[in-house]
Design a protein. Structure first.
Length: 207
């Protein structure tokens, strides 16, 4: 990377309109619902692609009262997560689900019956655990379907999620816990002010 580009810049994020378009187009039909849920996990819980594909049914669900269907968990305990080259406390790798993701997961589990075994997301082609490469491919497909002018990487969904948490709370330590960053300095790049926020604030200035 050129010297001039080695700076701490705000992370690239999707706009609110792009998020709406992405969720709308992927959620319109039953065939796209698996992919829609994957995008929901990234946007609602800031999960990385490797963390999403590593999820097993036991990580996200428990047996229901009648044993005929699975009930989603409100908080997930991740088994696979980014280690960052050092010691990471597994107890801090707990991920709360947004209401939207929780109810979509409930709908997804209802179609699987009551079997609490195996990966959460399977490849339709091979019947095995979905790969990170397949997740990146499906994300490109849905961006094109949504009519995006330029394509994002899957990790930009995580950036979008953490940025939204910070903008909603203005609490960088809360954002740190949500993002599961070991170092607060990693989270501070999300504490930037957007052009849209400056524009809204400027409208209220006496002039």
């Amino acid at each position: 990377m050129p010297y001039a580009q080695r700076t701490r810049r705000p992370p690239k994020t999707l706009t609110a309109a792009e998020v709406q378009k992405l969720l709308k187009v992927s959620g319109e039909h039953r065939d796209g619902f698996r992919d829609h849920l994957i995008l929901s996990f990234a946007l609602g819980s800031a999960l990385r692609e490797s963390e999403i594909v590593a999820l097993d049914l036991r990580d996200v669900a428990k047996p229901g009262p009648n044993g005929k269907r699975l009930v989603p968990r409100r908080t997930l305990q991740l088994r696979v997560f980014k280690r960052g080259g050092g010691h990471v406390d597994p107890s801090l790798q707990r991920v709360p689900l947004s209401d939207g993701t929780y109810y979509k997961l409930d709908k997804y589990l209802a179609e699987l019956g009551g079997v609490l075994d195996g990966p959460l997301f399977l490849s339709r082609k091979h019947g095995a655990r979905l790969s990170t490469k397949a997740v990146r491919t499906l994300f490109k497909k849905w961006q094109r379907a949504a009519g995006f002018d330029h394509l994002y990487s899957f990790h930009h969904l995580r950036h979008t999620s953490v940025t939204a948490i910070y903008q909603a709370t203005r609490d960088v330590r809360l954002a740190q816990r949500f993002a599961r960053h070991a170092n607060l300095n990693t989270t501070t790049i999300y504490a930037h002010v957007s052009d849209e926020e400056i524009g809204r604030a400027a409208k209220e200035l006496p002039s």
